[in-house]
Design a protein around this ligand. Structure first.
Ligand code: TNX
Length: 518
């Protein structure tokens, strides 16, 4: 059976520490070997953060590797004593391997969680590939994250992912020490979050087959398929993420990418607008919410009330990508608004007006705005608190930082997981950004050419998985793994610790999550 997600392991390069940990820890100085039959047990009197982390990580390992011997236990095993060390910053930890115990220090719960994941990965590697990896007898590991934003994005609009799939995906993110999950909740094809008071949205757009707005998608059944999330579904996801240290960033993609919204809620359209006068990149006609229609703002008020009620994240992502040049130019209401505000009618100044108003609405609700990089067009946003996700190419982030924005780098040619993994004739995936080999994903160095004065504006990195081409459930795992772990190593590990050959030798030990249904 070929293993399409993972690559066959290669030999650990000479001189690499014999520990199976991804992302690579900052400093590893270890010696000797301990027995690998016993699991880790927590010493009595552990700090409260450590106790919580122990129960989270042992449950996580149990879910990820249900068919294997437990890595964490409760009775006899390798004793882990814990110590609070306030000098260790956010997420950092140290592990010392002593004759009688393993001492784990951290400054907070996330540090304990990271340290325990590292131990779990070491024990698992030492059991499964005993001739290469060890659970050491002595020595120490000290480690801390490189970036605060270590993210993964998933498009649940073009395909529906049941809650089980989302939860499994979060588990895999946590094992990679990733801490942000950006969930793209709507697009031209569907709207996936129930908004109280607007039932037509999900009733008319969230299912394919028997749907009068969109035809069945290639590869999906002709009968009704798909779905949407209730507020309680998303609250449960937030809680699952919170236990694992993963913040959920909800994205409502506006004003563009709203074809199905405007079809389901025709009261949001300007009645004087031509029926089809522009098409978006993905060829959807008239798909931008109109800033000059009052109902747009009533609707968005309810959407943001719903989002802030469910998601505690500091940032709410408001999309802003790919508004088609030409949008609003034949809407009499938008023309009048453009004339009044700017003395001209132009798509991107109207877009900037739209997004600043959204930013204001979010501030009134105590939140900051995040957007894709096009949010900077036409005058952009107030930079205060605004986070931009740069996706077009690896060099686009720097100019955004120079304008004063906080930036997350997600360049398509390195981190878009819907792009094919290689040029092999059979390789599935999109091709508009070339191919993204494991090496392309691994070698990307964020902020390499940024002046030091801008470095604080680099929040971190993330992968993006767009779902247009993911109608077949098997594609999900094939596209996500192992490239997501390559990004994780850049997100977490110091750049001088990166070593592709070492990573390549270990990646098959990382967990994979699969889609349960199409
Ligand atoms: C661009 S990246 C898009 C998505 C597509 C993706 C396909 C971005 C913000 N917008 O709408 O799904 O390319 O790779």
């Amino acid at each position: 059976e070929p293993n399409w997600e993972k690559l066959e392991p290669t030999a650990l390069p000479e001189g690499a520490a014999p520990v199976s940990v991804i992302p690579a820890p900052l400093d590893v100085q270890v010696d000797g070997r301990r027995d690998t039959t016993a699991p880790f047990v927590l010493a009595a009197g552990a700090t409260p953060g450590a106790q919580k982390a122990f129960s989270v990580v042992s449950a996580l390992a149990g879910r990820l590797f249900p068919d294997e011997e437990a890595l964490f236990g409760h009775d006899a095993g390798h004793l882990v004593t814990t110590m609070a060390d306030p000098d260790l910053g956010d997420g950092a930890y140290t592990i010392t391997f002593n004759a009688d115990d393993i001492a784990l220090s951290a400054g907070d719960e996330s540090g304990f969680r990271h340290g325990l994941i590292t131990l779990g990965q070491m024990l698992r590697g030492a059991r499964l590939r005993a001739d290469e990896f060890t659970l050491p007898a002595s020595g120490a590991i000290s480690d801390r994250p490189r970036f605060g934003w270590r993210g993964a994005h998933l498009d649940v609009a073009r395909q529906f992912y049941p809650m089980q799939d989302l939860n499994d995906f979060l588990d895999c993110l946590a094992w990679n020490k990733l801490n942000h999950f950006h969930i793209h909740l709507n697009d031209d094809e569907a709207w996936r979050l129930e908004i109280p008071g607007w039932p037509a949205l999900t009733e008319r757009t969230a299912f394919r087959g028997g749907n009068e707005i969109l035809p069945p998608l290639l590869g999906t059944p002709a009968e009704r398929s798909g779905g949407f999330y209730t507020g309680d579904d998303m609250r449960a996801l937030v809680a699952h993420g919170a236990g694992l240290g993963i913040e959920i960033i909800p994205e409502i993609d506006i004003p563009g990418h709203c074809y199905c919204v405007l079809r389901a809620l025709p009261q949001l359209c300007d009645p004087g607008e031509n029926r089809i006068y522009y098409r978006s990149v993905q060829y959807f006609p008239n798909n931008a919410l109109n800033p000059a229609v009052d109902a747009t703002w009533t609707f968005l008020g309810d959407v943001f009330d719903t989002l802030v009620d469910i998601f505690p994240a500091r940032c709410i992502h408001a999309g802003a990508d790919e508004v088609a040049e030409g949008a609003w130019l034949e809407s009499p209401l938008a023309r009048a608004l453009g004339e009044k505000l700017f003395g001209k009618v132009e798509t991107f100044s109207l877009q900037s007006y739209f997004l600043k108003r959204v930013q204001e609405m979010l501030r009134e609700r105590g939140r900051d705005i995040a957007v894709w990089e096009e949010g900077a067009l036409g005058g952009g946003l107030d930079v205060d608190g605004a986070l931009l996700v740069a996706w077009k190419e690896s060099k686009s982030g720097r100019a955004l930082a120079e304008q004063g924005y906080q930036v997350v780098l997600a360049p398509a040619e390195h981190y878009y997981l819907d792009i094919a993994r290689s040029t092999e004739w059979w390789e599935p995936g999109a091709s508009w950004a070339g191919t993204v080999t494991l090496r392309d994903a691994y070698d990307y160095e964020p902020g390499g050419d940024w002046p030091d004065a801008l470095k604080d504006q680099l929040a971190g990195v993330q992968t993006c998985l767009w779902s247009e081409n993911l109608a077949t459930p098997g594609l999900f795992a094939h596209l996500v793994y192992p490239r997501i772990s390559a990004m994780a190593e850049t997100a977490w590990s110091a750049s001088e610790r990166k070593d592709f050959d070492r990573f390549r030798a270990i990646q098959d030990l990382m967990p994979v999550s699969h889609r349960t249904v199409s």
